[in-house]
Design a protein around this ligand. Structure first.
Ligand code: SF4
Length: 104
């Protein structure tokens, strides 16, 4: 009988924890700016740090947050890719509908 109660309690604990995780996922979800992923694909990916940020994703974060306005803050990016990033950001609004102003 004790084994049955133990199994029942473990199932109940699992169900309550699952429910709590589902509720937390619904209410605490932080949506990331979808532009970040696309811009990151166009970066060199060397993660050299010479831009002053901890890797390419750090610089992309700064660009998306509007802290950096020059794509060529990355010293190793090709002009062609910098132009593509500028075109992409000029044409793609963020979740709030605003556009970023960046230079090459
Ligand atoms: S300088 Fe360019 S390649 Fe190097 S970490 Fe910064 S963004 Fe990445």
């Amino acid at each position: 009988m004790i084994i049955l109660y133990t199994i029942l309690i473990l199932v109940l604990i699992g169900a309550v924890m699952g429910l709590l995780l589902a509720v937390a996922n619904k209410f605490l979800l932080v949506e990331e700016d979808k532009r970040k992923e696309e811009v990151l694909k166009m970066m060199p990916g060397a993660n050299c740090g010479s831009c002053g940020y901890p890797g390419c994703s750090g610089l992309v974060d700064a660009i998306i947050e509007g802290k950096v306005t020059k794509v060529t803050t990355c010293s190793v990016i090709k002009k062609e890719n910098a132009g593509k990033i500028k075109e992409y950001l000029d044409a793609t609004p963020g979740a709030d509908g605003t556009f970023l102003k960046v230079d090459i």
